[in-house]
Design a protein around this ligand. Structure first.
Ligand SMILES: [Zn+2]
Length: 247
């Protein structure tokens, strides 16, 4: 499995980082934050190869790039294969409305968007899901191929995510707030690096990748690792845009 980070930023993009988006091999996308399409182009990914998108939830930082991606598939790649979009309950309506009000001409779009809404708790193909702790429906995903990875989506610390990611090779966990803002983090349905480490330890994962971290840590990633080390003594990595892990 090859995991490529197309965007890793906090709630806002920065000079160096796009909003959250992860590419698995070249077939599956998890979240499509603003800037994901440009990252795919920089990496020379053939847009025809992307078969399925897994959306964690419909906050702007996780779906803000979906219009750009769909327009690019249509205009730059002449796509005519259907595109599967998996999302939480109510996600189809929100994503279609977002595309419609921003002018996507569905009658001229040469490929079909095939939606499937998830509640959390599903198992299909190589994918398992759970519902996370966030103010609106949000899904964490585990992908099991020859190796395994789990993506937390946005969440405060979650026992369900610890179970979902049990013994997986890579846990990609959000760390939106620094350790000293833990109360606000939990109130808003988010985690700190310490929290991500607690889940990694409970799940006994091989590697923890800190993801969707605050832009104040940019250039100071060591600090982020130090904060997660207080709860997890395994391998800790910090995701950066255009960076890949081969498993
Ligand atoms: Zn987010």
């Amino acid at each position: 499995m090859k995991i490529t980070f197309l965007g890793t930023s906090g709630s806002t993009i920065s000079i160096n980082r796009n909003n959250p988006s992860i590419l698995i091999d070249s077939t599956l996308l998890m979240d499509v934050g603003e800037g994901a399409t440009r990252s795919l182009k920089k990496l020379n990914i053939d847009f025809h190869s992307i078969k399925r998108i897994l959306i964690s939830h419909t906050h702007l930082d996780h779906i803000g790039g979906i219009g750009s991606l769909i327009w690019s598939m249509w205009i730059d790649y002449n796509r005519n294969e259907p595109l599967e979009i998996f999302c939480p309950i109510e996600g189809e309506n929100i994503i279609i409305s977002f595309l419609r009000i921003t002018g996507t001409p569905f009658e001229r779009l040469p490929f079909e968007l095939v939606f499937k809404e998830l509640e959390g708790g599903e198992k299909f193909d190589c994918i398992q899901t759970v519902k996370t702790n966030h103010p609106l429906p949000c899904i964490a995903y585990r992908i099991n191929k020859k190796s395994s990875c789990c993506y937390s989506g946005d969440t405060s610390p979650s026992e369900k995510i610890a179970q979902l990611s049990k013994k997986c090779d890579v846990l990609i966990h959000e760390a939106v707030f620094p350790n000293d803002m833990v109360d606000l983090a939990h109130k808003l349905g988010h985690s700190t690096p310490y929290d991500a480490g607690v889940i990694a330890k409970k799940a006994d994962v091989k590697k923890l990748v800190l993801f969707h971290y605050a832009n104040i840590f940019e250039g100071n990633e060591k600090k982020l690792i130090e904060q997660a080390k207080t709860s997890f003594d395994g391998e800790i990595l910090v995701a950066k845009d255009l960076w890949s892990i081969n498993l």
